[in-house]
Structure formats: structure tokens, C-alpha cells
Write a protein that binds this ligand. Sequence first.
Ligand code: NDP
Length: 406
Amino acid sequence: MALTAEAQSDSPTEVIAAGTKAVTILGSTGSIGCSTLDLIGRNRSHFDLVALTAHRNVRTLIEQAREYRPRLAVVADPAGYPELKAGLAGTGIEIAAGAEAVIAAASQPADWVMAAIVGAAGLAPTLAAVKQGACVALANKECLVSAGPLFLKEVNGSGATLLPVDSEHNAIFQVLDANRLESVERIVLTASGGPFRTWNAAEMAVATPAQAVAHPRWDMGAKISVDSATLMNKGLELIEAHYLFPVGEERLDVVIHPESIVHSMVAYIDGSVLAQLGMPDMRTPIAYTLAWPRRMAAPTARLDLAQIGQLTFEAPDLKRFPALTLAREALRTAGGAPTVLNAANEVAVAAFLAGRIGFSEIVTVTAAVLGHTEALGTAPADLAGVYELDRIARIRAEEMVQKSGR
Ligand code: NDP
């Protein structure tokens, strides 16, 4: 299993029970970042905040820094520097701005780093956290999709520990017998089906950004909410699972489970199926990674199966949700295909959210970019190659957006 030697070690590191853990949150102002701070706020004496980072939401970053007192607060957009400086004047909290400052924040010595920047923008900071050998709680799935083999090479080389935060991968991590992958028959990722699970193609074609981000079960950032609506999120998660749990792409399945109670399952060769269940609240998987290898209390609603009554499952409709097939094809093609898929999808989702293309065009734009990129099967040799392919794919995606735009 790719989650580093420490994940399989017999000697767990110090956890919630005693002492303090030095913690950095990359993307502290987002949905995952705020949930992480909520948990830390309830267990203040156990955590020492090293750094918090944001992109443009300086007001929230100031509020968080004033409340949680990190040693460092960083805004990625340099335009936010004056406001951050004024807002934290007199607090003694060090401040910085710019993309390089976010990477520097991720490099600050810490025991545990939450990687919760959205998109490929999270790759360099997350790698910086990996390189310092921290325990990295990985929410940013785009890192692995975009640069999987190179990312894992860095993890293995640095001795960092990778803990999956995504509820599905966290569930698998909890029930997988990682030392006996040969006994795993299938890994089944559950998907809520998103807000358009029962919509027909014509209805989806005119879906608005507001409808797409109104997820029926999970309260998440805009990008992942749109990905959930197209099912690209599940496609990205298939790729993420492939890197984290190397059982082979053909042993990875997806099942639609609208209640989002069963967070994923591992089926073994003896017919046993182990699943992790819980109410849909990201504070449970985040708490698992914060306290790992022990557990800590999370203030989430408790699962009452008698009250829920029934859990339902159905096969994904690949005709209405072609993103899932597209992502699986990119995974099979491997090489640079996942990098291109991720970059093109990010551009297309941003264009949809900006009202520039329709909902159905998110996938057609992404597919067109994949179709027009040469030598997809050749993997980037290094991270510079990943960034270059990402850059080219974004330019192509923007061209496609302009062609198919309104
Ligand atoms: P949000 O959009 O809510 O938050 C994103 C965070 O990243 C914000 O702090 C944002 O700052 C920051 N950010 C955005 N762009 C940049 C940039 N260019 N440089 C530096 N920081 C940046 O996203 P989520 O919290 O929903 O998701 C974060 C990641 O976790 C995603 O990769 C997502 O796929 C994954 N994930 C999320 C889940 C969820 O329930 N939300 C579940 C599972 C995985 P600012 O606020 O200033 O814009």
C-alpha cells in the first residue's frame, strides 16, 4: 500500500491523548479547512497551530488567525496583503502573501498538515508538506490525479505519512487489510449521485450553477460540488483510489448510494464485505486523520439506522453521466491523461460557474481536450513535465470553452 511505512508501523506516533500536535492547514478558509478548525477548536490544548493559508478570503483568514493564533497566516493572492497586515496588526502573528509564501508555509515544520487547497493549485504546497516528512491529511484529490506516480514517489522518499480525507478513501483506509491486498476482490466507492441523479439529459443541459452546487447530502466548496453533479468527482476519486490502494483499476467499482451513509466498501475473496458507515459530515474523516492512529471525539450527528429505515443502491447511469467513463478511460490510458483530464475539468468547471458554458459542456470540453492532446500515454518524466502538460491542457480547454461558449 502506498500510504508509507509509518502507516503500517507498529509504533504509532503521539496523538490526541497526550501533548500537542503542531498543525498547518492549507486552505483553512474553505469547507474542509473550516471543518478542521472546528475540530481543533474543540480540542485546543492538543493542537498548536503553525500556519493557516487562504487564497483571497482575507476577512475569514483574519478571523481565523485572531481566534486560533497560528504563528503564520498567508494569503496566496498578493493583493490581499495590505488587508491581512492591517487585520493582524499587533497580534504578533507573522504574515506573508503570494503562491511562494503558501509553499513556504507548507514547508514550516509541522506534525500534521491538512492539504485542503482546491485544484491543481494545491500540488506544490502539498508536495512541500510531503517533503518535510509531515503526516499529510490529503483532501486535495487533484494532487494525486494530476501527478499520482511522482507525488507518491515523493511520499515514499520523504517518509511522509499520507492519510486520505476524502470520505470514500478514508472509509477504505479504515477497512482495508493493506498488508494483504491479494485477498481484496473489489473496492467499491459509493457516490451520492449528486443533485441531478434523477434528472434527464435535457434538464441537465439547462442546469444552473446554483442548482449544481446545491448538493443534497454534503456541504462542500463550489468546485467539488459541481464535480459531484457531473460525477467527475467520482471519476477523480477512482483515480485517487487507484494510486492509494493499488489493487488494479479493474477491481475498482462505483455504486450510487443516495443516502451517503455507507462511505465505501472493500469486498474480500471469502465473500466478506467490510464497509465504513456514518452520517455525511466531513468532520468524521477529518477527525480520523487528526487523531490517527487513535481516534478522537467528533461532534457529528450519530447514525440511527432504525430511523433512516432503508439504504438504497443503484448502478451509475453512464449515459447521463459520461464523466465517469471519461475518467476511467484516462486512468486506463495513464501517462499524461489524468493530468490533462484534471486540468481541462478545472477550466470547464470554472467556466460553467462563471456562466460561460452549459452544464453538459463541462464534460464535452474535457473530452475534447483529452481527444486533442498528443502522446497522452506518455507520462511526464518529472513535476516540471506535469506543470507543462497542465498548462497546455488549460490553454486548450480555454479555447474549447470559447468555441462552445454562450
Ligand atoms: P473550498 O473551495 O471550500 O476551499 C478551497 C480552499 O483553497 C480555500 O481555503 C481557498 O481559499 C483555497 N484556495 C483556492 N485556490 C487557491 C490557490 N490558487 N492558492 C492557494 N489557496 C487556494 O474547497 P473544499 O474545502 O470543498 O475542498 C478542498 C479540497 O478538498 C478539494 O480538493 C476537494 O476536492 C477536497 N474535498 C472536499 C470535500 C468537502 O466536503 N468539501 C470532501 C472531499 C474532498 P479562499 O477561501 O481564500 O478562496
